[in-house]
Design a protein around this ligand. Sequence first.
Ligand code: G6P
Length: 607
Amino acid sequence: MCGIIGIVGQGDVALRLLDGLARLEYRGYDSAGIATLVNGRIERRRAEGKLTNLARVLSAEPLAGRIGIGHTRWATHGAPSETNAHPHASARVALVHNGIIENFRELRAELEAQGHRFASETDSEAVVHLVTQYLAEGLAPRAATARALKRLEGAFALGLIFAGEHDLLIAARRGSPLAIGFGAGEMFIASDAMALAPFTNRVLYLCEGDWAEVTSAGALVFDAEDRPVNREVKETALTGAVIGKGNYRHFMLKEIYEQPAVIGDTLHAHLNPATQTIALPELPFDLARIPKVTLVACGTSYYAALVARYWIEGLARIPVEVDLASEFRYRNAVLPEGGVALFVSQSGETADTLAALRSARAGGQRVLSLVNVEESTMARESDAVLRTLAGPEIGVASTKAFTTQLTVLACFAVALARARGAIAHAREAELSVALAEVPARAAEALTHDKALRRLAGKVALARDVLYLGRGTSYPIALEGALKLKEISYIHAEGYAAGEMKHGPIALIDDGVPVIVIAPGDALFDKTASNIEEVAARGGRVIVFSDAAGLAALGGAAKTAIELPAVDPFVAPILYAIPVQLLAYHAAVIKGTDVDRPRNLAKSVTVE
Ligand code: G6P
């Protein structure tokens, strides 16, 4: 995935490139680097690891130059090392790349046979040598790049600068997002408009296959056939303000604590408390006539989609299919005419989800997306957009985006049910009230922070942890396991509680904590039986339930967190919170980098 930025500026650009990269670090932090032109020559500074390492290198060896490109990397081809860090360069061209060049082996063999010497193991370096080769054959930078682009297979956003060309930056986009920013006498490129927010709010998004010649005076955009095209310049509402951690130790903790407020904001946009009805934004299709809903997402967003299946099928009685984007896009799924495909994504940029969106559109589906980033590619490519109002989520492990996704999906399910006449007004009113109470109940759930920290002390000692749940609590168990493993590096698995007897029960001994998500819903008694089965085998059960549930469990729930009693419909939103806090504290105890766990990135823009 990676984040890229470029500036054709007035003054020295190195520190501004660094500032922009800080806003792109959510896209990867295996290494970072910048390249500028100093007296017409390409100069680079690169460092393995997080951006702070590059900042140190730059303060020891500052870099001048009015034009430059920068990169923060999530490694795909080649280990995270300084040698593999971008920008990659020859004496004539320097390049930053987000994406994967799929035919790099073949290009590399061809270029090595022509005498090019590769310094890194990356796929990206092939593009540097390809452009260099065309420059050596006498083509000007623009023509050399245009020719090289035609040889590339895969996905990319590219930024290139050229030795001796102080006023030329070339940008290209295929598969990975790229924005061009318009300043006063200077121009910018970046993977997203947020990176450009401190510099300009006038932004043009390159369309698929576009490339552009960017100079300090403006940008000329060409389509994939090299025909000049006009793309709209938009004013973004993004602010350049640095998002801080406030008094919190980590962004993740801050974001967990923001949940009562952002769930409230999200509800405010989707629920009318006066009429006790759900009010979705206007949609360009009739909800009453949808034959099937296909939900597609990755990671935590996928688990939100899994919860939505129970809600939509249960309330609206419409068939729902849920799939991982990376599977869906290659599966040749059977999609009914007039079906709705709903893509759930915090970033709106996840490569697999975006590709799945395009394949669903090609398959004749009405495309709906649920995103947190309003100006994202998915939002722009959808027939209609639903929004989570979670605000910027910085911690790599998703928290408030997840609970706000659940909030909107719950509203969507109710709206579908109403449109199909499958729900009585009284029940809609009940659910609206239950939803409206979630912010207050979420605030109550946060009061268990200390108890969860104590519990985390035990969980942090475990090698393996099991999470169990039934119905809508099953995806919460999956999410709990994902949260724990991604930030604390403890192996964890989420299982449907009823499925435990088909395998995971073999793992149970007194060293494996078993965390059971057991709200007082229709399946509570079934889950209670599974708790007994674990306890009978000496397992260490930790139960999340309400007062009535815990009373019913008696001695089987020695270790428990008591959550407020709520309508079971909204329980998954509420029960996500202790699951997040437990993982957070376990990670802090283990001393990991909670906000930027190893090998992960917030926005995954490669397949
Ligand atoms: C990455 C992030 C996760 C996120 C997933 C899907 O793996 O680390 O937190 O859930 O991508 O991202 P999206 O932006 O599409 O929701």
